[in-house]
Write a protein that binds this ligand. Structure first.
Ligand code: ZN
Ligand code: ZN
Length: 106
């Protein structure tokens, strides 16, 4: 997936990481400069991305939590991709992206 990092002009300590999803949505997750907290968005089609430190770990535990609540069962297994991009403040931003085997609404 091709991600775009954009610094918010109204809040320069915030980066928005988004992509053009095949379903037509433009999911965006926010990350705050220096934060240990990840941001994420779960798209209507099942694709989900996390940004920030430990993005992959957070994504995996998020998906496992949903599984344990009986969610996503029709979506099959998730394939996870990791990447990183330059953040607006001279560092790198970790991104984890999960795509279900069977995309679509629950
Ligand atoms: Zn959508
Ligand atoms: Zn989507």
């Amino acid at each position: 997936m091709d991600f775009i990092v954009r610094q918010l002009s109204s809040r320069p300590d915030t980066a928005l990481v988004r992509y053009d999803c095949p379903c037509g949505c433009k999911p965006g997750a926010e990350y705050h400069q220096g934060s240990e907290e990840t941001g994420h968005e779960h798209c209507c089609c099942g694709n989900v991305h996390f940004v920030g430190p430990g993005a992959r770990r957070e994504l995996e535990s998020y998906l496992a939590d949903r599984r344990s609540q009986g969610m996503d069962v029709n979506r099959g297994a998730y394939r996870i991709e990791e990447s990183s991009l330059d953040d607006p403040w001279g560092g790198r931003l970790a991104i984890a992206f999960g795509a279900p085997e069977h995309p679509g609404h629950e």
